[in-house]
Design a protein. Structure first.
Length: 218
């Protein structure tokens, strides 16, 4: 049985990793130099996991640039190369359908399944999110949402809590933990900058933890 603190830590980590795989902006760069990064690190410590090495690698990568704008330009270029525009095709497409569906294309059958699961959980796509529902950032954010929903309804809506917990476990076991390692392996292999290679390694460590957790009897 997970404690409330453990669930909160997991939700924080999922949301943070989702932010790291979203399209980069100035806020993401500044996050690594703010006090908020300590909240993230503390969440990892609470789960007896280590994130300091990865954060240090990213921080060291960032300080080589004279300002935030220059670092953001490099990060934006690498995001596009890895996930969107590399020739003849993106080397690490961030969509589950590429890894789970026989056709290995975006907007596959698993994309529709994910979208339906979002609806079942009462979650629609944010109007500011201009991408496909099975993007890695959307899926990581989804698990964070499921965890927080369980906490919100715990104690007063037992049926709702059980429903969200069931969706979370199913989503992890049958979906996210199946394709994320394949995607993260490509990011680690092809990334030319420390930011994404460090985030990929860190995310894989967390997915390993989550995979074991999802297999644990309720």
């Amino acid at each position: 049985m997970q404690s409330t603190e453990s669930k909160t830590a997991r939700a924080v980590i999922y949301r943070f990793l989702s932010r790291c795989f979203s399209h980069p902006d100035r806020e993401l760069i500044e996050l690594f130099g703010s006090a908020r990064i300590q909240e993230f690190l503390q969440s990892w410590r609470y789960l007896d996991l280590d994130a300091e090495e990865a954060v240090t690698r990213i921080t060291n990568w960032l300080v080589q640039y004279p300002d935030c704008e220059t670092a953001l330009l490099e990060l934006d270029k690498e995001y596009a190369r890895l996930f969107i525009t590399a020739y003849p095709k993106a080397v690490a497409p961030p969509y589950s359908s590429v890894y789970l569906d026989r056709e290995q294309q975006v907007w596959g059958s698993s994309t529709a399944q994910v979208a339906r699961l979002y609806e079942t959980a009462g979650l629609g796509m944010n109007e500011n999110f201009h991408d496909i529902p099975d993007h890695i950032a959307a899926e990581l954010e989804f698990v964070s949402y499921l965890i927080l929903e369980q906490q919100e309804h715990n104690g007063n809506e037992a049926d709702k809590t059980r429903e969200m917990a069931s969706i979370e476990r199913k989503f992890l076991k049958e979906h996210l933990c199946k394709w994320a390692p394949l995607f993260l392996g490509r990011v680690g292999e092809y990334s030319k900058i420390d930011f994404y290679s460090a985030i990929a390694r860190l995310t894989q460590k967390f997915i390993d933890y989550e995979s074991k957790l999802a297999q644990t009897p309720e």
